[in-house]
Design a protein around this ligand. Structure first.
Ligand SMILES: [Zn+2]
Length: 191
């Protein structure tokens, strides 16, 4: 780890990748955006480059993250959405002023205003959460089967039977646990 900070877990769905910046919520929680600069780094990975971030903006980001987590978890459990979480998501979405632009190569690019780049980026994330939680997008919210994780993830598999938020971490850990349980009967193997 070059920076000395926890590495990011990068998923393909913006909103649930964002909630994944706090992982192992039911175990030894890992905060993957512990400083404003790490939020800047994370946003850059998702095409939401901002020049800087204040401690107050990091607080806003974490408030949005926990609100998306709460609402997505409720949606996955088919429970009523918590009103305070819905309020935060809607406020962040309303206050974002990002403009989607089409590049000559046919890619989407977010244009953020320099004066409110972090708020604009959070608006994009909030809008993504709305599309996922509302069912506007093809897929299904589910909770990771790992008891220490229970992260909400967006299952876009055809069968909608995905069990893990991330195959490389939670899924792999489960596979390893099963491997160790079978070790007495199966000779160890190097992958
Ligand atoms: Zn997980």
């Amino acid at each position: 780890m070059r920076t000395g900070f926890p590495e990011f877990r990068l998923g393909s769905v913006l909103a649930t990748s964002f909630t994944g910046t706090l992982s192992e919520r039911h175990g030894d929680a890992v905060e993957r955006i512990p400083t404003p600069q790490r939020l800047v780094d994370w946003l850059a990975v998702y095409g939401l480059a901002v020049d800087s971030c204040t401690a107050a903006q990091l607080d806003l980001a974490r408030e949005l993250r926990e609100s998306i987590h709460a609402a997505a978890t409720a949606a996955a459990l088919e429970e009523a959405l918590p009103a305070p979480a819905v309020h935060v998501i809607n406020s962040r979405s309303a206050q974002g002023r990002a403009a989607a632009a089409l590049t000559p190569e046919g890619k989407r690019q977010w244009r953020l205003s320099p004066a409110s780049a972090v708020e604009d980026a959070l608006g994009v994330i909030a809008a993504d959460a709305i599309s996922v939680i509302s069912g506007a997008r093809d897929g299904k919210l589910a909770l990771c089967a790992s008891p220490t994780c229970r992260a909400a993830f967006f299952d876009t598999s055809r069968s909608r039977t995905r069990r893990w938020c991330d195959m490389n971490t939670c899924g792999n850990r489960e596979k390893k646990a099963r491997f160790h349980a079978n070790q007495r009967t199966t000779p160890p193997r190097t992958a």
